[in-house]
Design a protein around this ligand. Structure first.
Ligand code: API
Length: 274
């Protein structure tokens, strides 16, 4: 059975989008991993599954699956891409996404620029102690680490010079640190000034990506908590830049950035066994 899909990216963080409200395909870890595989499948950082919302206040229900097969609670760049998909389909400028991290309002700024309200940061991990002495991490830290959830767990490490950090070696080690009950996305941040930073993220279940939207949000929230940044920040990632605003009045974190359609296609479901 041929299934249509959309290939999109948000500043290089790429996604395969399937409208399951039409196809209703069954998914398991094996099929997700194969669809996301860049050799045996279509290839992407995360698979996005759209379906009819359960919440009457939402336009669509969106689920995110890492290329490793596990489900992610939130996906900022993916949410922005879904906004672009909805705009392309319905020509409206405002939508509400139902996600496992809650209802996310999205706004179309222009054909390639989307703004998503990622909601309020969850800071249950007040100044996380980490299960090991940070000195053993061999990182050129410029400030205490911090952790926050944007609907998915993020730990942020502030460093003097990002070019001296190996995000693959350090990220792989930290992602599954026993301190993080469900693993964590690991962000490495070099402050450029109070309103701009360089960020690279080793993503839980996906590895080093060109950009991570929720990671950009987490980096700004943690930088503000550490007194390094203002609430409005430009986040420079390998794949492009995002504007993050942590609104003082609503406590919501807003993310604005580019999205692009790469291509559409179809795949034969029989080639992707469960
Ligand atoms: N790329 C996504 C993050 C996916 C998070 C996922 N790696 C997890 O939390 O398991 C973003 O733009 O926010």
């Amino acid at each position: 059975m041929n299934i249509p899909f959309y290939k999109m990216h948000g500043i290089g963080n790429d996604f395969v989008i399937i409208d399951n409200s039409v196809n209703n395909i069954e998914l398991n870890e094996r099929r997700i991993k194969t669809l996301c595989d860049r050799r045996y499948g279509i290839g992407c950082d995360q698979l996005i599954i759209l379906s009819k919302p359960k919440d009457s206040n939402a336009d669509i229900y969106v689920r995110f699956f890492n290329e490793g097969g596990d489900e992610a609670g939130a996906c900022g760049n993916g949410s922005r891409c879904v906004a672009g998909w909805l705009h392309h389909k319905y020509q409206r400028k405002e939508f509400t996404l139902q996600t496992n991290a809650g209802l996310l309002p999205v706004e179309v700024i222009d054909n390639h620029t989307m703004k998503v309200n990622m909601g309020q940061p969850r800071m249950k991990w007040q100044d996380i102690p980490l299960s090991r002495d940070v000195d053993t991490l061999n990182l050129p830290l410029s400030g205490d680490p911090a952790a926050v959830s944007m609907g998915n767990p993020h730990a942020t490490f502030f460093v003097e010079d990002l070019s001296t950090v190996d995000p693959v070696f350090s990220g792989k080690m930290l992602e599954k640190d026993p301190l993080f009950a469900e693993g964590a996305n690991i962000g490495f941040v070099q402050m450029l000034d109070r309103q701009s930073m360089r960020v690279r993220v080793w993503e839980r279940g996906a590895g080093l990506t060109l950009a991570c939207g929720s990671g950009a949000c987490a980096s700004v929230v943690n930088a503000v908590r550490r007194g390094f940044a203002d609430r409005y920040c430009e986040v420079k990632m390998d794949g492009g830049n995002l504007i993050i605003e942590w609104d003082e009045e609503t406590n919501n974190v807003l993310m604005t950035g580019a999205v692009h359609f790469s291509f559409t296609g179809q795949f034969d479901l029989d080639n992707y066994p469960l």
